[in-house]
Design a protein around this ligand. Structure first.
Ligand code: SAM
Length: 328
């Protein structure tokens, strides 16, 4: 296992398989690349299945034991099943998707080796859903979630980005997972860093406080410093809600154990930064090994190290890193 200078072991990788997406979510950071959405047809710049598998075989040597496939919309890749099938057996395989292509494919993904899925669902109303995702595929997403549960991928995690447009729907979504078996809710704090709309931010602490009042049980998972809220409905149904709150949160960054890969095959040590992209050359195993070692060695916790608070209590880039770049 490789460990960075801040004592963080890298145990997982998050691979973007494509930049393409059939949605155009207004909040999307596109895995830290901003709005780079390309045309829907297959693109030459995407890593091939062979590249992805070679990368996974190399990081397996370094003890990486989990991979999450994302995008863009990873299910636009027709070779997703092949990639999952060829992923080393030692790795847990999960997927983040908008869910529209799960009907008819969920079982094939499970047969290929998929173990967990997160489906983005930001509202429980077709019109609100369309306003946030710029898509009319609401029913298809619900169908996709059902297909995933039926294929044995339960509990399916519903990802909901909490920001100005969706905050009012949190109670409904919480009820929804309490009332329906096989679902969990992951409330994701809106990250304004890469979208340029800080005014959409909401106070995530209020969501924590509200959930703590509603919950029958609150569990604190030390490893990720995350709380889990268990919510009960009137008929004894139980649902789990988790909050992912990385913004201005040094504890979150101190617990980050992931390296990212862009669809073009660049390594990325931090979601919030785009000055740390590292190509892997022709993606031969020696080149991948060298690039991976270097990226892990250069990983820096974003909040608390790369960004620090100044005397006025505002976050600013740590001089140490500004100077580092000035010399390049
Ligand atoms: N298309 C897939 C999907 O819809 O899940 C995968 C890609 S999407 C970029 C991956 C995750 O990033 C989604 O769960 C989405 O909710 C989250 N996300 C995107 N932009 C975000 C932002 N500005 N703040 C917080 N989460 C964001």
């Amino acid at each position: 296992m490789l460990t960075d200078e801040f004592g963080r072991e890298v145990t997982g990788v998050r691979i973007s398989l494509t930049d393409r997406c059939n949605f155009d979510c207004i909040y999307c950071h596109n895995e830290g690349l901003g709005d780079t959405r390309g045309p829907m047809d297959p693109q030459d710049d995407e890593m091939s299945a062979d590249d992805v598998v070679r990368f996974l075989e190399v990081v397996e040597e370094f003890g990486v034991d989990s991979v999450k496939f994302t995008g863009g919309e990873p299910m636009l890749r027709q070779d997703l099943e092949e990639i999952i099938e060829r992923t080393p057996d030692s790795m847990e395989v999960s997927l983040t998707t908008n869910g529209t292509f799960l009907p008819g494919r969920a079982e094939d993904l499970v047969d290929a080796g998929l173990e967990r899925v997160n489906v983005s669902q930001d509202a429980l109303d077709p019109e609100d859903f369309a306003a946030v995702t710029k898509s009319g595929a609401y029913e298809k997403v619900l169908e996709g979630v059902r297909a995933a549960v039926d294929a044995g991928l339960d509990p399916v995690k519903l990802n909901m980005v909490v920001f100005e447009h969706t905050a009012g729907y949190v109670p409904e979504m919480v009820d929804h997972v309490a009332e329906n078996d096989g679902l969990q809710l992951q409330l994701i704090e809106y990250m304004p860093e890469l979208t340029g709309r800080p005014e959409w931010n909401i106070d995530i602490q209020r969501v924590h406080d509200w959930l703590a009042e509603q919950a029958a049980e609150v569990e604190h998972r030390e490893m990720h410093d995350r709380k889990r809220y268990w919510i009960e409905d009137d008929d004894g149904g139980r649902g789990m809600v988790e909050i992912v709150d990385p913004v201005e949160n040094p504890t979150f960054c101190a617990n980050c154990h992931r390296v990212r890969v862009t669809h073009e095959g660049y390594l990325k040590g931090c979601l919030n930064r785009s000055d740390d992209l590292r190509p892997m050359g022709e993606m031969t195993k020696p080149e991948i090994r060298e690039a991976y070692r270097e990226v892990v060695a250069n990983r820096v916790p974003y909040y608390g190290e790369y960004m620090v608070k100044n005397d006025d209590g505002e976050w600013e880039i740590n001089d140490e890193y500004v100077e580092g770049y000035a010399e390049v």
